[in-house]
Design a protein. Sequence first.
Length: 293
Amino acid sequence: MPILAVVGATASGKSDLALDLAEQLGAEIVNTDSMQLYRGMDIGTAKLPVSERRGITHHLLDVLEVTEPATVAQFQGWARAIVDDCVGRGVPTVLVGGSALYTRAILDEFEFPGTDPAIRARLEAELESAGSGALHQRLQVLDPAAAAGIVPANGRRVVRALEVIELTGGPYVASLPGLTYHYPQAEQIGVDIDRATLDERIAQRVDVMWDAGFVDEVRGLEKLGLREGRTASKALGYQQVLAFLDGDLTEPEAHERTIARTRRFARRQDGWFRKDPRVHWVPSGSGYSLPVR
């Protein structure tokens, strides 16, 4: 059974392509966007409403509360169980989302190093007291390649990298997946889009988010514990609106900062996916053609 992954930058058109593929193949769709796992995080993650899913079964949407943390290892277990079930039923699978590590956790041979609660607690305490920048500088010394691939502001990933280095005695990058598919029938299709068009689409998407009531969505999630959620609270847009609600930004500043941060994130997404030579790239909005192995 085909297992296809649609990858690419946010706002590039992945969802439409995934729906087209799923319709043609009679497939089910598996979400690989780390923030679409959360109930209530709809507008800010551009989660497709049920009415726009064309009657296609979607998995791993709305499975966590905003207060619950999400790890790649957990996600791998959930997603592979779904893919294996589809294969067992003779149903093709289409994966879609912009979280590169989540996609590769499903597709590639990827064993996760364990965790140590004491080490993790100590590093998280350092993160709270010294900030992610200081920990990132330490990571640059210990594993420059890992540091280059992690944004200094992403304290959660910096802590995880330092934890793995301490646990294994080796570089963090050695624990990342190689280019070997776990599923031999896997294929990846990348949505190719020029930067100017993508930048414009991102600005339009953020405008639509605001018009659709994004600020009210964040207000509602704040009451449900969004600020306490170690994963959900770090989502693009949600961070900026929380800063507005705190009085640290004006609403126009939160809006513009969301656009700027999303554009920066989209460039990093594209860079990550471009590193994988197995991705078959197709122009955004041009339809699709399945890659030939």
